[in-house]
Design a protein around this ligand. Structure first.
Ligand SMILES: [Zn+2]
Length: 180
């Protein structure tokens, strides 16, 4: 077997080309009758922009993929990969003791699933990277976020600069799960 591992994204030619692009080459407003990013459905301010990202990648896929895939609305990783089906399985495993532990940590989560993943992450001895110069602490997870950003790349909080009243942003029939 003659397998070889390569990293084409690190080739000088690719890096030079990537660094030559301007923002407008990568992200542009387009009216395709649907949002370029699912976040535009959730945030009226973003929906006014009607922008599409990954333009170079989309154009490179012409001739390789059908157009409906090339111009697919960008969604979170878990929907494209199919790992979103784990959400209900993990949510069902959340115990009252887990909820108490999530409250004790004084964090905010999108859902019980998100909170349970956080507890698993902590069980591995991991911590979000703390803010460096020019960053502030995410109000949900305390991870560092650049001053001009509102989205936390560690936990996905949005807006990450405002504390929330609830332990979970998702509402559950049995409780609103207010923070203390
Ligand atoms: Zn965070």
């Amino acid at each position: 077997m003659s397998l070889r591992t390569t990293y084409p994204y690190l080739y000088d030619e690719v890096l030079d080309l990537a660094q030559s692009f301007q923002r407008d080459d990568l992200i542009t407003p387009l009216d395709l009758g649907r949002p370029g990013d699912y976040a535009q459905v959730l945030d009226p301010e973003l929906s006014r922009l009607n922008t599409w990202g990954k333009i170079v990648l989309r154009l490179a896929a012409y001739g390789l993929l059908p157009e409906e895939i090339i111009w697919r609305t960008k969604t979170d990783l878990e929907f494209g990969s199919g790992t979103d089906i784990m959400e209900s399985i993990i949510e069902e495993s959340v115990t009252p003791q887990d909820i108490r532990e999530m409250r004790r940590r004084d964090k905010s989560f999108w859902s019980k699933y998100h909170g349970k993943l956080y507890l698993m992450y902590k069980d591995l001895g991991l911590d979000p990277q703390q803010p460096k110069a020019g960053e502030y602490a995410c109000t949900w997870c305390t991870g560092g976020i650049a001053q001009n950003r509102h989205h936390c790349q560690t936990c996905g909080a949005y807006p990450a600069d405002r504390r929330t009243r609830y332990l979970f942003q998702k509402s559950y029939r049995e409780s609103q799960y207010r923070r203390r």
